[in-house]
Design a protein around this ligand. Structure first.
Ligand code: AP5
Ligand code: MG
Ligand code: ZN
Length: 220
């Protein structure tokens, strides 16, 4: 059986992390979220964390070599499928990913890119009201609020904002996304492997739509 590979695309705040998580829970496929992995390294104060902290804080891309080696390590885990969230982000990373597939996955006929499309205005609004818990859960003050204000429903941890969710940094992240993503989306479109989803719907509705599309492609 070829391994299933889903690669999420979407601007900061589009909900790709939210949807990647729901899909991973449903399928049991492993999620590789480079942003989450970098943030975990920073929180654990590892050497890699110290190397990448300044890039995340400024909303700039981490150097490709560091990113590719982190992806390689994660792609070596045992799984029937992988869900990418936030990688690849430019032409070099696309090449790195295709090389890693050849080296590690060998063959896969089941690679699809999934674009979660939202306007910049919606993305900005979502990021301003995003709150996180150290346990990894992501909330939104209006669309996905915790039961009691400021506290995680599951672990009781205190909710906080991501330090790159400041208006100036968000503007830079959106700019980088728009500059780099067209080329990548074009690549998958030409391969006939691009699925586009309207990201301006309710979280549950988007998840259902993703499941429908994957079912019609016989991936789930
Ligand atoms: P990364 O962590 O990937 O951040 P991002 O791309 O900026 O995207 P976000 O995580 O901010 O948004 P999301 O689309 O996941 O939205 P979410 O689901 O949280 O990268 C961060 C940094 O790490 C980069 O700037 C870079 O420095 C570094 N990095 C990462 N990957 C790299 C790479 N490959 N190369 C180099 N550097 C890299 O949702 C947002 C909010 O909206 C939440 O509050 C959520 O609850 C809410 N929400 C979600 N869906 C909906 C909905 N349908 N309706 C209403 N609200 C919703
Ligand atoms: Mg995310
Ligand atoms: Zn928690």
């Amino acid at each position: 059986m070829p391994k299933k590979i889903i690669i999420f695309f979407g601007p900061p705040g589009s909900g790709k992390g939210t949807q990647a998580e729901l899909l991973a829970k449903k399928t049991g496929w492993k999620k590789i979220s480079t942003g989450d992995l970098f943030r975990a390294e920073i929180a654990a104060k590892t050497v890699l964390g110290q190397q990448v902290e300044k890039y995340l804080k400024a909303g700039k891309l981490v150097p490709d070599k560091l990113t590719a080696s982190l992806v390689e390590k994660n792609l070596r885990q045992k799984a029937s499928g992988f869900i990418f969230d936030g990688f690849p982000r430019n032409r070099r990373q696309l090449k790195d990913l295709l090389d890693l597939f050849k080296k590690i996955i060998k063959t896969s006929e089941a690679i699809y890119a999934l674009e979660v499309a939202v306007s910049d205005g919606e993305a900005r609004e979502r990021l301003g009201q995003r709150r996180l818990c150290a346990c990894g859960l992501v909330y939104h003050l209006v669309y996905n609020p915790p039961i009691s204000a400021g506290v995680c429903d599951i672990c009781g941890g205190k909710l906080f904002m991501r330090n790159d969710d400041q208006p100036k940094v968000i503007a830079g992240r959106l700019k980088i996304y728009h500059r780099q993503s067209a080329l990548l989306l074009d690549y998958w479109r030409k391969q006939g492997r691009l699925i586009k989803i309207d990201g301006e719907q309710a979280i549950k509705k988007i998840h259902e739509e993703i499941m429908e599309k994957l079912k019609s492609l016989k991936l789930v």
